[in-house]
Design a protein around this ligand. Structure first.
Ligand code: 13P
Length: 347
């Protein structure tokens, strides 16, 4: 394990002004998202759509990395260039999703554990050889009546820690993602309590399994009131609670912290990130690693005319500008991002 290389990669992922695009939707998730906008989810359609995300000149200054699903790591542009080579030309690192989805945790209704650990040591090698410099593994923790249980949190922490250490053996930086779900009627205080407990458990497990923390990155949700709680989204309160929980429960030597958008509207996801950035400097580089928050308007715009990617590519460049401004804490919050997003989809 090359700790210097791991640290350099982790540091690069949270470069000031840049962030990560999560474009690693599994075949099943892609099927759902493509069907919702009336496009058939064939391998060729997924390639054509993701080509837009990879070939935009806007990625050079706004993205540090793009996370791919397995098939994408070997896909090529229309003119025959590997997507990974296009990223390299733009100084953007390719990453790979390594978990194999979620399974029920028997005996614990409503709780899940992430799958794929047993085969990981053999699966990871071809991805590392194909140029993946970092990886992602997502576990989910749901909040509800009587959940999460400590058993569920500990089971997922164990899996995340073992995954992280296996990645590091291959000089691949692990992004460790214990996502506390936004769904539910819980308060922001309850989200903070659960998130703090999850961080404590995950970092205790990472320490037990000898993960090199400066060569690893945390991917997390923000501390939010539940989506169905009826509470207003108070951006200042979200930023303060999110930063407080990170500072109290995440080791300072970790390589970086990135956020998922988690089903927030683009306006909320970017305004919250902007406020979090304004509370810095933080002990780690802190940036975005959004899928839906960036891609939703791009996919919907492309679906209107899959033969011509120009409009989708323009929207993508605008979303990356918004993301980068938010990461720097200089977002123009008077801009109605949600209205801009829905207008763009009407194109
Ligand atoms: P969202 O930004 O859509 O939450 O997705 C991020 C992600 O990669 C979840 O694993």
């Amino acid at each position: 394990m090359n700790t210097t290389l791991l640290e350099t990669t982790a540091h690069a992922l949270v470069t000031p002004g840049k962030g990560i695009l999560a474009a690693d939707e599994s075949a099943g998730t892609c099927e759902r998202r493509f069907t919702a906008v009336g496009v058939e989810s064939t391998e060729e359609n997924r390639r054509k759509y993701r080509q837009i995300l990879v070939t935009s000149p806007a990625i050079r200054d706004r993205l540090s990395g793009i996370i791919f699903f397995e098939e994408t790591l070997w896909q090529k542009t229309d003119d025959g260039r590997l997507f990974t080579d296009v990223l390299a030309e733009n100084g953007v690192l390719p990453g790979i999703k390594l978990d194999q989805g979620l399974q029920d945790l028997p005996g614990f209704p409503g709780e899940k554990v992430s799958a794929g650990l047993d085969s990981l040591a053999t699966r990871i090698e071809p991805f590392a050889k194909a140029g993946a410099k970092f990886a992602k593994w997502r576990s989910v923790i749901a909040i509800g009546e009587g959940i999460p249980t400590q058993t569920c949190i500990d089971a997922n922490s164990y899996v995340l820690a073992r995954y992280a250490r296996i990645c590091q053996e291959f000089d691949v930086v692990p992004i460790v993602e214990p996502e506390v779900l936004f769904d539910g009627t819980h308060t922001i205080e309850r989200c903070e309590e659960v998130t703090a407990n999850v961080y404590d458990s995950v970092f205790a497990a990472m320490s037990r399994y000898r993960v090199h923390l400066p060569g690893a990155v945390l991917k997390t949700g923000m501390v939010l009131p539940g989506k169905d709680s009826g509470a207003e989204m108070d951006h200042a309160a979200v930023a303060v609670a999110t930063v407080r929980t990170l500072v109290r429960h995440v080791p300072k030597e970790l390589g970086g912290v990135v956020f998922l958008s988690g089903g927030q509207t683009p306006k909320d996801a970017f305004t919250n990130l902007n406020r979090i950035a304004q509370l810095g400097p933080h002990p780690w580089g802190v940036t975005f690693s959004y899928s839906r928050g960036i891609q939703d308007p791009v996919l919907k715009t492309w679906a209107k005319n899959t033969a011509d990617p120009t409009a989708a590519s323009d929207i993508y460049a605008r979303m990356l500008q918004i993301a980068s401004d938010s990461r720097k804490g200089i977002l123009d919050e008077s801009m109605d991002i949600d209205a801009f997003v829905s207008r763009s989809q009407d194109l």
